[in-house]
Write a new protein. Structure first.
Length: 157
């Protein structure tokens, strides 16, 4: 039996779309597979390898501009590393925090800085410290027996 001409066209169209779809899928999978791991910003990694994953292998507070600091920190049960930070008044600190074990919190009471620290992820929060004083950074996610003692201080002077 001969197919109606229109049916034939649709059949060819349908089969072509299917192939096109498979090609697009194959190509994008291939391209994604080829992408070197450092071509995009590090946003997720193996939490068991925090101590060997830059920048978290070296937790540090560093000056990145006038009145601007970056704090690379690791939260762990039960503390934060580096454990004491000090910046001049008027500084904006960009916190970049990960956890080497479980989910922790990162809250600076009296400010808007409040986030969850998820292992395997880079968690960001920024705050401008205008008033001199001692600011507490506390964990507000229950993380184990010493959860309530998990804190550190940022000194603004
Ligand atoms: Cu860390 Cu609670």
């Amino acid at each position: 039996m001969q197919l109606h001409r229109l049916e034939k066209i649709w059949l060819i169209f349908g089969v072509s779309m299917l192939f096109l779809f498979l090609i697009v899928l194959g190509v994008s999978t291939f391209v994604m597979g080829m992408e070197p791991p450092n071509s995009h910003q590090l946003e997720s990694f193996d939490p068991a390898k925090v101590s060997e994953t830059a920048p978290f292998n070296e937790p540090v507070l560093k000056k990145i501009g006038e009145n601007e600091y970056e704090a690379v920190m690791v939260a762990y049960a039960f503390g934060y590393s580096p454990d004491k930070l000090e910046v001049p008044a008027g500084s904006t600190v960009h916190f970049k925090v990960t956890s080497s074990d479980v989910v922790h919190g990162f809250e600076i009471p009296g400010t808007n800085a409040n986030m969850m620290v998820v292992p395997g992820e880079v968690n960001h929060v920024s705050h401008q410290f205008d008033e001199p004083g001692e600011y507490l950074i506390i964990c507000n996610e229950y993380c184990g027996t010493a959860h309530e003692f998990m804190s550190t201080t940022i000194v603004v002077n």
